[in-house]
Design a protein. Structure first.
Length: 97
């Protein structure tokens, strides 16, 4: 099963983008709590991506046929900015996917 196999229960099925300003502020704060630890360790921030996935952020630019929930460029910019404010390395990986 790959990351987009929604028929098998994977992917982003049922996850919707939570990009209201209060949620983005909360996400930034949560990411900031562990940013220094990830900087020191060099570990991949799996927990950060679990958080982003729960809020539908990992699929924000994916096509609907891939179970994404496409957003406007302005919405995507706001989400990426909020992630970067909390943990820049996570934002870098996010925009690369």
């Amino acid at each position: 099963m790959d990351g987009f196999d929604t028929a098998a229960g994977g992917g982003l099925a049922g996850v919707r983008l939570s990009a209201d300003p209060a949620t983005l502020t909360e996400i930034s704060a949560r990411l900031a709590e562990t940013a220094a630890a990830y900087d020191r360790s060099g570990a991949f921030p799996h927990e950060n991506f679990d958080l982003l996935h729960r809020h539908g952020i990992t699929g924000l630019a994916a096509a609907r046929e891939l179970s994404g929930d496409p957003v406007t460029l302005a919405e995507a910019r706001a989400v990426v900015a909020a992630v970067a404010a909390g943990e820049p390395s996570t934002a870098l990986v996010l925009i690369m996917t």
